[in-house]
Design a protein around this ligand. Structure first.
Ligand SMILES: CCCCCC/C=C/CC(=O)SCCNC(=O)CCNC(=O)[C@H](O)C(C)(C)COP(=O)(O)OP(=O)(O)OC[C@H]1O[C@@H](n2cnc3c(N)ncnc32)[C@H](O)[C@@H]1OP(=O)(O)O
Length: 719
């Protein structure tokens, strides 16, 4: 809806009303059309201000309407009518002007923003482009390079940057509507001809072709197969090269392709999935909106390796005072330097002072005594972590939350080593912890609602997408990763190369294939875990083939690589070769290829041709199958939780929506059929056996992913 009122005698005030963000639903668009017509007709009105209710101008088109039959007046003629109007119209921008919201403002003759407002055209992150004239008006207003930047990245800009770029005419710290009303009165009666952006030429640019070619190349490289960023460049090119009406035609044509694409559906699903995981609830009754999160003003981080350092930085960035503890003097000294360096570099980028004073260092666990929350990030070793938890339990004040950054060990077992197991939760960060958006909050069976709520809220404050998950080996993300990596190793045994597997996964859209990723993370980490799981035991029982462990197929390839001291990037050799230890550029390694040949010969394996489809299906479907098991076991509340974990923590291409969404797009029956096929070919790989929940969903007609919870709800939940 849009409310019409008269202020200061002759100014029509149109207020968009659609909480929480005044999205341009059919009703709002109808309201705007009606009220603008009324203002233009009303002889008592000489100017118009458009604003949004509750301090928010407009969050753009109503994304919830996208999958449905469109109704109500379309945006393009609505904005055109505003621009063509003979009375001056000013957008009073508070809160946000995003997507269609900013396009509406660009149709106005002037824009005045509050200093705290954020503006942007984020359509690209929903798989779309600004198709209500935004791709044509913005370049005419601020020039091609700046418009390309905003439209292809979808980034939000502050009011200050918007003023610098020329998007807004004025920024105010006062009441924006009052300022806009005063302003519009001052221009009432003037000609608006020069203020209509559609009538302006795009500022000319030397080497136009070269600019677009360069941008297109960059965009294609970083888009990893996403089509919207490419269409955005094409639309801006139309603005730069065609008259406005033809440019609008091109914008419409490009949007037509995007709007119905699977990628747009996937990205819009991701938008809602990200919000859905914030509304967590546990079978214990604990919920996001009723469980009390405790304020955390002082935290302690124990163990200052890579993870501990990143977590310290992330906490300090949030304004939390941190005591960073490591009992090894050398590690402590190195950590001090590294943490300060990271804080300084980040502050320099932001143009603010680094929060160095918030971080204190100690070599004594006792320093954690008065912390509100402790995050243990010591070496991934159960005995060591148990000992740390035992000590923390004795040292810390009553009520201190004890969190572990373990990537997969039993949180409940750690809790049992404390006097207050209800205060223990997992906070599983992803490296680098100050950059990566994901946080798995692991709820043990005894974790209290307050402990979960506190960890979830702290994660949110740190800018993370926090997902509540249950306690099992590897939790959600790493549990699914295990069969994926295992399948990749089996493919090598059967004739594939790391280059082939990585290429297929990167073509799918992963930032890095599984082998390049393993080299980056360090191969020794998994080796240590397999040793702890007794999988690498050299004294395999007599007569037992070495490619079978614990009754199932096992590939010792990664162990053999580690035995050669090849731990990945850090040692300069792993699945690939690097020019030096710590080198980043992965090169094909002839040694590895001969090693694979010798390995196959030793085990009587004959290399066969493996096509891209098999690589993709075996790697992805086995991971998805484990996702179904996780849902069936009640370790994740819904498919959105798994998808958010994979998109924000594991480099799953966002335009594919996450593994569970992808499965629903492929078709559950097809995923089931292919898993059955591969399981038949590899009966000694239990992970390929289709999971019960997948069969159940197929039997119930393969409902869309948004309705899986109805089937899962009836199953046992461990969350
Ligand atoms: C050929 C056909 C032509 C069709 C033309 C279509 C044109 C499309 C152009 C567009 O405008 S696309 C939309 C562009 N806008 C956005 O991408 C903005 C999305 N929203 C946000 O980024 C954020 O929500 C926010 C506005 C910055 C607010 O962030 P905040 O953290 O304060 O709150 P949230 O938790 O994110 O959101 C609160 C609540 O509001 C819902 N919501 C937000 N934006 C929209 C929207 N544009 N449409 C519908 N709903 C929206 C969000 O889902 C939350 O809802 P919940 O139920 O409370 O979870």
């Amino acid at each position: 809806m849009a409310q019409y009122s008269r202020v200061a005698g002759s100014v029509a005030l149109i207020t968009l009303q659609n909480p929480p963000v005044n999205a341009l639903s059919a009703a709002v668009r109808q309201g705007i059309v009606d009220t603008v017509e009324r203002a233009l007709r009303d002889p008592e009105v000489n100017s118009v201000v458009i604003c949004g209710q509750n301090g928010k101008f407009c969050g753009g088109a109503d994304i919830k309407e996208f999958g449905r039959q469109m109704s109500g007046p379309p945006l393009v003629p609505m904005i055109h009518a505003i621009e063509a109007g003979h009375k001056p119209m000013v957008a009073a921008i508070e809160g946000v002007a995003l997507g269609g919201g900013l396009e509406l403002a660009l149709g106005c003759h002037y824009r005045i923003a509050h200093s705290k407002a954020r503006l942007g055209l984020p359509e690209v992150s929903l798989g779309l482009l600004p198709a209500a004239g935004g791709s044509q008006r913005l370049p005419r207003l601020i020039g091609v390079p700046a418009a390309l930047d905003l439209i292809t990245t979808g980034r939000h800009v502050t009011a200050a940057e918007a003023l610098k770029l020329g998007i807004v005419d004025q920024v105010t710290d006062h009441n924006t509507v009052d300022v806009a009303v005063k302003f519009v009165q001052s221009v009432a009666g003037q000609s608006m001809d020069s203020r209509r952006l559609s009538t302006r030429p795009c500022p000319s640019l030397p080497n136009l072709d070269a600019v677009f070619e360069g941008v297109m190349q960059r965009v294609r490289q970083s888009a990893r197969g996403a089509i919207a960023p490419v269409a955005c460049v094409q639309a801006v090119r139309a603005a730069a090269t065609l008259p406005y009406p033809q440019g609008m035609e091109r914008e419409k044509e490009l949007m037509g392709t995007l709007f119905t694409s699977g990628q747009a559906r996937a990205l819009q699903y991701c938008f809602f999935a990200q919000r859905a995981v914030g509304k967590w609830s546990l079978p214990s009754g604990a919920r996001w909106d009723t469980s009390k999160a405790m304020p955390i003003s002082k935290a302690a981080v124990i163990g200052l390796g890579t993870m501990g350092r990143g977590i310290t930085v992330a906490l300090a960035q949030t304004g939390v005072s941190v005591v960073a503890v490591d009992t090894q003097e050398r590690q402590l000294a190195e950590a001090k330097q590294a943490v300060s360096g990271m804080l300084e570099r980040m502050a320099q980028k932001r143009g603010s002072a680094p929060p160095l004073g918030l971080v204190h260092y100690s070599n004594n666990l006792q320093a954690a005594a008065d912390a509100d929350l402790v995050i243990e990030a010591v070496f991934e070793d159960m005995a060591l972590k148990e000992s740390v938890f035992q000590q923390l339990s004795a040292i810390c004040k009553p009520g201190t939350f004890l969190c572990t950054n373990t990537s997969g060990l039993d949180v409940d077992r750690l809790a049992s080593h404390t006097r207050r197991p209800e205060l223990v939760v997992g906070m599983h960060f992803f490296a680098p912890a100050h950059v990566m958006k994901l946080l798995e909050v692991v709820c043990g069976p005894r974790s209290s609602p307050e402990a979960v709520a506190t960890a979830m809220q702290l994660g949110k404050k740190m800018g993370k997408v926090s997902v509540a998950v249950g306690n099992c080996p590897g939790f959600v993300g790493n549990r699914m990763l295990k069969p994926y990596v295992e399948q990749a190793n089996f493919l090598l045994e059967e004739g594939a190369t790391p280059e082939l597997v990585d290429q297929v996964l990167e073509d799918f859209g992963f930032a890095m294939g599984v082998f390049r990723m393993s080299d980056l993370s360090g191969l020794d980490v998994g080796w240590r875990i397999r040793k702890a799981d007794k999988l690498t035991d050299p004294s395999v029982p007599a007569g037992q083939p070495v490619r079978v462990r614990q009754g199932r197929r096992y590939s010792p390839l990664a162990d053999l690589i580690c035995e050669q001291g090849r731990f990945g990037q850090k040692t300069g050799q792993g699945w690939y070769h690097y020019d030096k230890p710590g080198g980043r550029v992965a090169r094909s390694d002839p040694w590895l290829h001969s090693f694979l040949e010798e390995y196959r010969a030793r085990h009587g394996l004959v290399a066969r041709h493996i096509d891209h489809q098999e690589v993709l299906e075996r790697c992805l479907y086995v991971l998805i199958n484990e996702g179904f098991r996780i849902l069936d076991d009640g370790i994740a509340a819904g498919p959105e939780d798994i998808d958010a974990i994979y998109v924000f923590g594991y480099g799953w291409p966002r335009h594919r929506g996450g593994p569970m969404f992808y499965a629903s797009m492929v078709g559950l029956a097809r995923v089931l059929e292919r898993l059955e096929h591969y399981h038949q070919a590899h009966p000694d790989v239990p992970h390929l056996q289709p999971c019960r929940l997948l069969r159940r969903l197929v039997a119930s007609g393969s409902p869309p992913v948004q309705r899986w919870r109805e089937v899962i709800k009836r199953l046992h939940s461990q969350l």
